[in-house]
Design a protein around this ligand. Structure first.
Ligand code: ADP
Ligand code: MG
Length: 334
């Protein structure tokens, strides 16, 4: 009798097909969705196919996306695009205007010029940087919502939604999870985190680690305790190239054309929507501490944690209450 119970149990649990976590490479990065005992092949498939659909519209790497076609037709003609591309471009325009162009979705020519993810990155010449800078201006993106077309006014212009698309995808993923009646979960799209719902038992906020900018992956400078929030970090360590022994990271100044250099190592934004946290993390990082903090506090809907080159930590008004410093905070191992 006892024997048969033991034999049956694994069969029952085997049938349930509970998948606590699923990781896939999409949006040019490692994307993880963690739904604990609510996880099933069906829900993960629904989430990841939606994320791939977004990638197939927004990527500049994949050849025939809406964004790639807009770029190919820069200075030539308006391009019909899916309505969600219009939505995300309007959101991008909002943050471009709000940040005075520090965040700019037309940063494409500069991203291509630096090409820091290439195998042999080179330091661009000053002339090439000036040429690229002259092509960057979010006001030259002509969005026609009725006709559902987008036009870049000048030849050579190029959109790059790398600073906002992962956040948008995270929100869309959460929508699907919510519609399925799932009450909680964590998603992490290459550092774009959405902490959905709250921890089950005891009911408590999620604890989201803020990476130590000098400590490498998995070393935390502190923990943010949040429920139902997105947490997104832009940092110098996320993607960079080493050229002649100097590190050049991937957030570019639309003012001088070089990687932003303002004493910050990272900015973490906490907001209700990941699209906002993503755009703001880049915008606030590019603006620097003073202006970035002022921007976040003027919005009243987001908070920011700033980490400086000496690993000093500063906060926008509401952020300090959410942040718990870890004991190894200032002295990461290694
Ligand atoms: P990550 O991609 O590491 O999450 P960000 O959200 O800060 O980091 O996005 C950085 C990416 O955004 C760059 O790789 C590039 O594609 C693009 N980008 C770089 N500088 C800017 C800028 N000033 N404004 C808008 N997008 C930018
Ligand atoms: Mg961003």
């Amino acid at each position: 009798m006892k024997m048969s119970v033991l034999l049956i149990l694994p069969l029952i649990t085997g049938c349930a097909k509970e998948i606590p976590i699923q990781t896939e490479f999409v949006l040019g990065t490692v994307c993880t969705v963690q739904l604990y005992h609510y996880g099933s092949a069906k829900i993960y498939n629904a989430v990841f196919s939606r994320v791939r659909e977004i990638e197939n519209r927004m990527s500049v790497v994949i050849p025939d996306t809406d964004i790639a076609r807009i770029n190919r037709n820069a200075g030539i003609e308006p391009v019909p695009v899916h309505q969600e591309v219009i939505t995300l471009l309007e959101r991008s325009r909002y943050y471009a205007e709000l940040s005075g162009g520090a965040f700019d979705p037309t940063v494409g020519p500069l991203v291509k010029l630096w090409d820091i993810t290439s195998e042999h990155p080179r330091l661009p010449s000053a002339e090439a940087i000036q040429e690229a800078l002259a092509l960057i201006d979010w006001r030259d993106v002509i969005i026609n919502r009725e006709a559902e077309t987008v036009f870049l006014r000048r030849i050579g212009m190029a959109l790059d939604l790398g600073a906002i698309a992962k956040g948008y995808a995270a929100d869309e993923a959460i929508k699907i999870i919510k519609q399925a009646g799932i009450p909680r979960g964590i998603i992490d799209f290459g550092g774009n985190i959405f902490a959905y719902g709250e921890k089950a038992s005891p009911k408590s906020p999620w604890r989201i680690g803020v990476q130590h900018p000098l400590g490498g992956r998995g070393s935390y400078i502190g923990i943010l305790e949040v429920s139902n929030k997105s947490v997104v970090t832009s940092g110098v360590y996320e993607r960079y190239a080493e050229i002649d022994g100097v590190r050049y990271h991937h957030i570019l100044s639309t003012a001088d054309g070089y990687p932003v250099h303002n004493g910050l190592l990272s900015v973490t934004i906490i907001a209700d929507a990941s699209v906002d946290a993503d755009a703001l993390s880049t915008a606030v990082f590019a603006l620097g501490y003073e202006q970035g903090k002022a921007l976040v506090e003027s919005l009243g809907t987001a908070d920011a944690v700033f980490i400086f080159a000496d690993t000093a930590i500063r906060f926008s008004q509401g952020a300090e209450a959410l942040f718990k410093e870890t004991s190894a905070s200032r002295f990461p191992e290694k």
